[in-house]
Write a protein that binds this ligand. Structure first.
Ligand code: ADP
Ligand code: MG
Length: 140
């Protein structure tokens, strides 16, 4: 499988509980390299644009409020099949359905406050990485 890059976000429920290091260890221990990373407070406009694909969903307003409720850590993860591998490490959207040993099973508070975001395809990963990072901010 090819070396890929994917966008990960450590969400406000996790930064609030000081879980950045524990979550990063999950990625590193399972072969993903953090090649870009920064801690940000998203604006309402950024959250709405980033999650624009969900604009029609009933939870959209709450999701944007949640994502701007505290700091996030945006990061670029790199490795063999990084997009799918990161989704595996994260676990299912709803922690109730997440497999044992996944980040969401172990750390998520709810289906909304589920600790991490990860790109769902290589195509979206490219768009999402460019949303937050300049090429010069990603260093192998
Ligand atoms: P994923 O993050 O696993 O790719 P989605 O793209 O479907 O999941 O949803 C984006 C985010 O919206 C989820 O990670 C979660 O924070 C929130 N979300 C999804 N479904 C719900 C829901 N039914 N109620 C509240 N928030 C939700
Ligand atoms: Mg998604």
């Amino acid at each position: 499988m090819a070396i890929e890059r994917t966008l990960s976000i450590i969400k406000p429920d996790a930064t609030r509980r000081n879980l950045t290091g524990k979550i990063n260890a999950r990625f590193e221990d399972q072969g993903l390299k953090i090649v870009g990373q920064k801690r940000l407070l998203l604006t309402e406009a950024q959250a709405k644009k980033f999650y624009g694909v969900h604009a029609d969903r009933s939870f959209f307003g709450e999701l944007c409020a949640f994502m701007t409720s505290g700091p996030v850590v945006v990061q670029v993860l790199q490795g063999e099949g990084a997009v799918a591998k990161n989704r595996e490490i994260m676990g299912a959207t709803n922690p109730a359905n997440a497999a044992p040993g996944t980040i969401r099973k172990d750390f998520a508070e709810s289906v909304e406050a589920n600790s991490v975001h990860g790109s769902d395809s290589l195509e979206n990963a490219k768009i999402e990485i460019a949303f937050f990072f300049a090429e010069t901010e990603i260093v192998e």
